[in-house]
Design a binder for this molecule. Structure first.
Ligand code: S3P
Length: 166
């Protein structure tokens, strides 16, 4: 079984992915982490040094590589839906962790350092809404399951995923 988690920054993809991989005994891949390993640079430095277009290119390549695996859990980056809708639509367990602006803001406040698109100085509802509005329909369009993650623990979200997917 392969599960692909999608959703905005701060929706809990990495935490849920790690938790699920423990329960289901499946290998876990966090796309940002894999990209950092491959490029030997942080996501922030890739954006700074080479720009967003370059990042999107290697992000799409990484997805194509990881998606070949039969059994795993993949936590994607929040912008994966910008260029990869077709490939995601062909997969059967794409799960959208649907978080509202408030949840996203609270989660990002706890962990902002690796995200070049939302920094401390522009972490506000207006900015989150703006980026999210360009993506929301895309998350919906390529997902097989949508999980409302607001006010839920990682365990609850993971149990909901297992109930729906297994
Ligand atoms: C991005 C989300 C980040 C990371 C990069 C760009 C985005 O991943 O890929 O900073 O465009 O939403 P997370 O969703 O894991 O934060």
């Amino acid at each position: 079984m392969k599960i692909i988690l999608i959703g905005f920054m701060g929706s809990g993809k990495t935490s849920v992915g790690k938790y699920l991989s423990g329960i289901l005994n499946l290998e876990f891949f966090d796309m940002d982490f894999e990209i950092e390993k491959k490029e030997s640079k942080s996501i922030s430095n890739i954006f700074k040094g080479f720009g967003e277009d370059y990042f999107r290119k290697i992000e799409s390549e990484m997805l194509k590589n990881l998606i070949r695996k039969e059994k795993c859990i993949i936590s994607s980056g929040g912008g994966i839906v910008l260029n990869n809708l077709d490939i995601l639509k062909m997969e059967s367990n794409v799960i959208f962790l649907d978080a509202d602006v408030n949840t996203i803001k609270l989660n990002l406040e706890k962990d902002i350092c690796k995200r070049p698109l939302i920094k401390k100085e522009n972490l506000n509802e207006k900015n989150i809404k703006e980026i999210l509005s360009n993506r929301y329909q895309k998350y919906i369009d390529c997902s097989d399951y949508i999980i409302d993650v607001n006010n839920k623990s990682i365990e609850t979200i993971s149990r909901e995923i297992i109930k729906n997917v297994l």
